[in-house]
Design a binder for this molecule. Structure first.
Ligand code: HEC
Length: 290
């Protein structure tokens, strides 16, 4: 089409005939003074939700910046007095699984069946509960289910916590984080830095004289427990730096007769010369002078 550039030509836009022309901006009516009636989801309800969401989010951000979450204590596989506990918001589930009909033989019912019914019911609530009534006292089924589960959650949480404290009492354990909090509080009272929650790794001590023939005995007999680099593992102590801890005579005693905590005796497996050679070398395992 050749329109040319006539300045007095009127431009006509062709609109989408499916869109109805409204009389200005259409504001959905306000339903707040009509309880039981509903309001437009978009934009009224969504806008309110969004504003509340923003306030909560900003609040959370400010909170996490003002008070950064502390690191938990490092996991310690050798701590036998540790009583594993879920976080408080899972205590009710934890307590729930202690009851006989949802544990052991019925564990599938407890871990899958009942939670599936509960959470499934929650998911399907919009389809199951289609009544128009919004006041909770006019919706006996939905409201009583909600109050029942609320009471159950609170009850189970309280019971679980009292079990836990009772268990601590009878086993006479003080949870590690309590000890740590106490120490940190004392340090702060004395005006010191609170102890760090992260253990500083001990300065690595190198193997002295790694080419010594005694190393052959060590490789054959000792590294299975004391680790290939002799730095120890789990409950097996390091052999590096052991010369700082024991004299040669003490080392002869340990290697010949073993040590109570699981160190086997080698008196019957190694000759006296081998033990002598080995312990002479072990006695040289000292940290470099600083
Ligand atoms: C079966 C595992 C095992 C083997 C093999 C073994 N040890 Fe041990 N060793 C241990 C354990 C566990 C301890 C800790 C014992 C304790 O503290 O009561 C230990 C402790 C020691 C200690 C004392 C360390 C300290 O810091 O108190 C020395 C020294 C030692 N072993 C040397 C050796 C030598 C040398 C060999 C090889 C000839 C060897 N061990 C082989 C398990 C083993």
């Amino acid at each position: 089409m050749a329109h040319g550039h006539k300045s007095n030509e009127k431009v006509v836009y062709v609109g989408d005939s499916r869109v109805k022309k409204g009389a200005g901006v259409q504001i959905p009516p306000d339903y707040t003074s009509y309880p039981g009636k509903s309001e437009a989801f978009i934009p009224n309800f969504l806008l309110k939700e969004w504003m509340v969401g923003c306030v909560v989010l900003v609040g959370f951000l400010v909170w996490t910046i003002a008070e950064p979450a502390p690191l938990g204590y490092p996991a310690d596989p050798t701590n036998a007095s540790f009583i594993p506990m879920p976080d408080w918001y899972f205590l009710f589930l934890y307590q729930f699984l202690k009851y006989p009909y949802v544990s052991q033989d019925y564990i599938v019912l407890g871990t899958m069946g009942i939670p599936a019914v509960l959470f499934g019911g929650l998911l399907l609530a919009p389809f199951l509960d289609t009544g128009k009534e919004r006041r909770f006292y006019r919706r006996p089924i939905a409201s009583s289910l909600m109050f029942l589960s609320l009471i159950a959650v609170v009850y189970l949480t309280v019971i679980s916590w009292s079990h836990y404290t009772h268990q601590l009492e009878i086993t006479n354990t003080i949870p590690e984080h309590h000890v740590r909090e106490e120490k940190a509080r004392e340090a702060v009272e004395k005006g010191q830095e609170p102890p760090s929650t992260v253990k500083k790794p001990a300065a690595p001590v190198a193997i002295v004289d790694a080419k010594d023939p005694a190393m052959d005995i060590v490789k054959a007999q000792c590294i299975g427990c004391h680790a290939t680099d002799l730095k120890g593992q789990g409950s097996f102590p390091a052999l590096t730096g052991v010369g700082d801890k024991y004299s040669k005579e003490e080392l002869v005693e340990i290697v010949t007769n073993g040590k109570s905590g699981g160190m086997p005796e080698f008196g019957s497996k190694l000759s006296a010369e081998e033990i002598d050679q080995l312990t002479t070398w072990l006695a040289k395992q000292k940290a470099p002078a600083k």
